[in-house]
Design a protein around this ligand. Structure first.
Ligand code: NCD
Length: 293
């Protein structure tokens, strides 16, 4: 029976440690043939730049064949259900299917119709487990021990699958997570400390994770313009001063809305390191899910 990665709760702490150990061996762009002869299918019903290409590179570096389905020309637009599409891909002999979908829960549903391991590449505002794993990996690389360290997650938290997955995973590994957002961007019951003003909580923080405003998930425009939002929530280099604080963002960055030019290019910015590490972490995830089950 294949095992699936729909949320980070599908992995034990020991399994996450093993994934990170393996990922550490891939940081210099190493390749191998562990998945030679295997097929990985990326099926993305929502746009993606980083995640899709990261899974493609990761699959190739493990020697797998990889096919990325162009959803604009796929069968969903012809009325086929997503599980029928997936069952057809499965019949081609896929070992892993990486799926992104606008509906929360879509990867879970799909996993019931296929023999391959389903890996969630982001479902609605629900979860993005591989992003949270690469974020935790990056934080450990930068900070050493993460336990007891404070991270601020800033922006459209309620609509962000990245925030959702990170709140759970980072807290599980002992981080103090503080959410910073205007009230309508805060989830109703997260059980996590929150603030409306970053200045109230920045002292003692080791990292800030900034998020993109998910305008495509808002039923009606919340801000008249993104620059209204930026006036209060943009992370500016100047406001960071000489603090010992790392800056993260899952991308795509709204430049000068989420982060200003200075913060993005500051040596404390981990934004491109996250992308770099993402390939290594996804290699370890793919090899685990394809080879062990
Ligand atoms: C995010 C996503 O699509 O969930 N990006 C990513 O995967 N790195 C965040 C976003 O869209 O803002």
């Amino acid at each position: 029976m294949a095992r699936h990665l729909t949320t980070t709760a599908d992995l034990t702490d020991d399994e996450i440690e093993a994934i990170f150990d393996e990922a550490n061996g891939y940081l210099e762009g190493q390749t191998n043939q562990k998945l030679r002869g295997r097929l990985v299918i990326n099926i993305f019903f929502e746009n993606s730049t980083r995640t899709r290409s990261s899974f493609e590179v990761a699959s190739r570096r493990l020697g797998a064949e990889v096919v990325s389905l162009d959803v604009a020309t796929s069968s969903e637009s012809k009325g086929e259900t997503i599980h029928d599409t997936a069952a057809n891909l499965d019949a081609m002999g896929a070992s892993a299917i990486v799926v992104r979908h606008k509906n929360a829960g879509a990867p879970k549903v799909l996993s019931k119709y296929v023999k391959a391991s389903v890996i969630n590449g982001g479902d609605g505002a629900h979860a993005h487990p591989t992003q949270a794993l690469l974020d935790l990996f990056t934080l450990r690389q930068a900070l050493g021990e993460v336990k007891g360290k404070k991270i601020l997650i800033v922006g459209d938290i309620k609509n962000s699958r990245v925030a959702n997955s990170n709140i759970k995973l980072l807290a599980r590994f002992g981080m103090e997570v503080v959410l910073v957002a205007p009230p309508h961007f805060l989830p109703k019951r997260s059980g996590v400390k929150s603030a409306w003003n970053i200045r109230e909580v920045i002292d003692g923080a080791s990292a800030i994770m900034s998020l993109r405003t998910q305008t495509e998930r808002h039923e009606q425009p919340i801000y008249a313009s993104l620059s209204d939002y930026a006036a209060n929530f943009k992370i500016a280099k100047e406001a960071l001063g000489d603090r010992d604080i790392f800056i993260m963002h899952p991308g795509p960055v709204h430049r000068n809305i989420d982060l200003d030019d200075g913060a993005l290019s500051d040596p404390r910015s981990l934004v491109l390191r996250q992308v770099h590490n993402g390939v290594a972490v996804r290699m370890a995830i793919l090899s685990k899910f394809v080879l062990e089950y």
